[in-house]
Ligand binder design. Sequence first.
Ligand SMILES: [Zn+2]
Length: 467
Amino acid sequence: MSLPNDITGTPAEPRSVGFGPLTATVDYTKLRALPANKYPDYFNRVHQLFTGLEIDLWSQIAQYQGEDQLWLAHALYLYGANRDALPDDFDHTAAVSRLVGRATLRTAMPGAENDAFEREVLRASGWVRGAVVRKLAPPDTAVAAKLNLIYNPPGSDQDGKGETKVGPLQENVLKELPDLLAKVVDEQLRHWVPPTGTKSEPESLDHLRRIADFLQMFVAVGLRPYADSWEEGPYFDGFRYSERLQSTWELPAGPAQLLNWMMNRAQAVGWDRQRGALLVKANYDATRAQDREKLRALLRERLSTDPALSRRVGAMIKLTAAHSGGEGNISVQPIFPSPAWGTKSDWRWRVIRTLVHELMHRLAHPRFRETAEGIRHSQIIGEGFVDLLTVDVYTQLWDAVSKSGRGAQVLLKGLDATKQPDPSFLKVGYGEAGASAVAIRDLVGGDNVRAAFFLGATHLIGLPPRQ
Ligand SMILES: [Zn+2]
């Protein structure tokens, strides 16, 4: 036996590998007994068994290198041994095809430490996604009714039976929102003005890129088995966080972007109880196209008649961390705010939180994002759950950092590493949207939320997929 094997040991067989609420069984004893001249027959038979298709798969596999063939033989064997955990309508043809494609891109061989091979195969094939979603129960009718009230909060009108319902839009109330937004813009912009006689200090995007790549790995492990198990998602499509990170100064700030920024803030500020919850009072219903259009028109008009506000919103866009949607870039501020905001360490902790938040946007399954269009309080989907999961990751990160001693020095490189993150960073933000996401998780459980968010299984949080 070679030295490395003596040290690490060959993994035991049979054994179980855990994926959250799931376990897969691992035992290749019979496969190892198969002589190499039986490989053509093995691949063709297994392929037919899984897919029902009569295809000479071997003619493709024969060109693979020996290690790739070995990888695929084990991968198909493992997949087959755990096939029963998948739902009846699971697409095995697609799964086998993904494994055939993965063999030449593989990152772990059979016998690799920490079950890295099994984790790769069962994630890349779609097995983890399929099996974990099947394992989780959707909310029952009573819970679904409670969820519906959270997704579609009633307005301020009362119907004949004394129950609240969403009445017609109160335009006179909605008209108060632009003034409130202008005040919020002023508040936020003040944080960026350097004290008289000083200049803004640059933040190192290079260092933030390194943190970004670290976070991408940290999230995969910390939110296992959900964050990295969508077989077509960012962990398999070549996404690398650092390559997608850019300065907010690169963001365009034309009329369309000014309006979008205002619409986004109108949601955050308008549902916020501490700021008077104007959208609730106005009976605003985001599922009604005419309500959205009315709000949009109101903000458009304000921007076009108030050049000072337009200029300020333009400045805010250039200083607001953002995710450009879909597979676009993630932007962070290239400077530190004014010392009046807080210390540079305070800010770095906050940027790290922002990096986690923006990464969550990128990891949200498109089917999850689309459900926002079907509910009244769409920001629960757009931001609430994003920030909820951000806090899960940030809490784990702070836990790890505070135990390691050196962790804070690495993350805060060059800054005062004795500074701890502000306690508010460990709380879910986004006002009502965040509080609602927390309430929903209390009702359906954390696994259901993660499966909906990362794997698109939105029925697990009481939202049918959009057609
Ligand atoms: Zn966000």
